[in-house]
Ligand binder design. Structure first.
Ligand SMILES: [Zn+2]
Length: 384
């Protein structure tokens, strides 16, 4: 019998000892079936006998629409085509497109959850991108026109943390511009990076307290020898925490001056020799702005609208990291890799942020983005 092929398909039977495990030699392709999208495989787990389709647990599972059409809709969502336009072009309802988006966002979350872990990131750029949901001012605004934490309408910001060394988007949050949102972004970031990276942002005042909420040490008070309750320990910045801002002064819409301000860890920053910058994350924000169609609508509740924006941002997050080669990450091909015949010479190897960070070895196809399967994380660490 020939060797079992690596199908990257886990057994979906929760009673099987190979449940959710990938490439353990138990999965065999036993037949094919014809769908609107072409031939698809049927697999069988040799351990428990369970058969299943290759689209099982993917975005395409049990959809009657051809995969090409679903992919077109999702691609259009990434290039600023409005929902009603997508519906018109593809002859489907907006609700259907949003159902596909929901599946894609769930898949994107799975990808982020499995791959964005223990990242050796030394610098993080932080930024917030303004957007609004339903109306420009929430019914519950602060005097500055910002929505409060509980508000689901009004100004909603897309918060992003970014690792410039890999061009990798680390975490995203869709929420009002307030302390709670900043803390959430820092917590999500801290959970997936190793150690304490250096943080850089614009002059927004909310990040320092948020960073101190996550990266701190408790300093106990020395006993005074006096009677009475000892003083509570105070929070002080983690000794490795570095945080610096780039403050832009503009006059008549033009940049007049850039000022740098180190708010925490000046000594460590000097030792590390990093440049204080937010320019790369500003490029990401621009890319994201080109991806998202305006979100002002009249028909949905505010809450639903924010959920939709979150899903779009989550999907963009995974797409950007794994399926979208980044120009500045490409590598020149070695002389022997350049093929001689033909007019068109490929000189570069395209690379994605995920490749630069060592999380994957190839540029993912769009279909792969929607169908990649993973083993549970605790299994991965056991099997190495
Ligand atoms: Zn099985």
């Amino acid at each position: 019998m020939h060797k079992a092929k690596a199908w990257n398909q886990p057994c979906p039977n929760s009673n099987c000892e190979h449940y959710q495990l990938i490439n353990r030699g138990n999965i065999r392709a036993i037949s094919t079936y014809l769908t609107a999208s072409g031939k698809r495989r049927i697999f069988q787990c040799q351990t428990c006998g369970q058969t299943f389709s290759e689209t099982r647990d993917t975005v395409f599972f049990d959809l009657r629409t051809p995969e090409e059409k679903v992919m077109l809709a999702l691609k259009m969502l990434l290039v600023r085509v409005g929902l009603s336009d997508i519906g018109f072009v593809l002859g489907v309802t907006e609700a259907t497109v949003l159902e596909w988006l929901e599946r894609a966002a769930q898949q994107a979350e799975k990808i982020n959850h499995h791959l964005l872990r223990e990242l050796p990131v030394t610098q993080v750029q932080l930024d917030e991108l303004w957007n609004f949901i339903e109306r420009k001012r929430s019914a519950h605004d602060t005097p500055q026109g910002e929505s409060v934490a509980e508000a689901t309408d009004g100004r909603q910001w897309i918060w992003i943390s970014y690792a410039p060394q890999f061009r990798l988007i680390l975490a995203t949050v869709v929420a009002p511009r307030c302390f709670e949102s900043a803390v959430q972004l820092i917590q999500l970031t801290a959970a997936i990076v190793l150690g304490v990276p250096c943080f850089f942002s614009d002059g927004f005042s909310g990040y320092l307290p948020a960073l101190l909420e996550v990266y701190y040490r408790l300093k106990p008070f020395a006993p005074t020898g006096k009677r009475g309750r000892p003083k509570n320990p105070v929070k002080e910045p983690h000794p490795d925490l570095v945080y610096a801002q780039v403050i832009k002064e503009k006059a008549q819409g033009r940049l007049k001056r850039l000022t740098e301000r180190v708010l925490c860890g000046a000594e460590r920053l000097k030792t590390l020799g990093f440049t204080i910058s937010t320019s790369l994350i500003e490029r990401v924000n621009l890319t994201l702005r080109h991806a998202l169609a305006p979100l002002v609508r009249k028909t949905w509740s505010f809450c639903k609208e924010r959920v939709q924006l979150r899903r779009r941002v989550t999907f963009f997050h995974a797409f950007y990291n794994f399926a979208r080669p980044h120009q500045s990450l490409r590598l020149p091909l070695l002389a022997e890799e350049v093929q001689t015949p033909g007019l068109f010479q490929r000189k570069w190897q395209p690379r994605t942020p995920g490749m630069a960070a060592g999380l994957t070895e190839h540029v993912w196809s769009f279909r792969e983005l929607l169908t990649a399967k993973f083993e549970p994380i605790h299994n991965q660490s056991i099997s190495g």
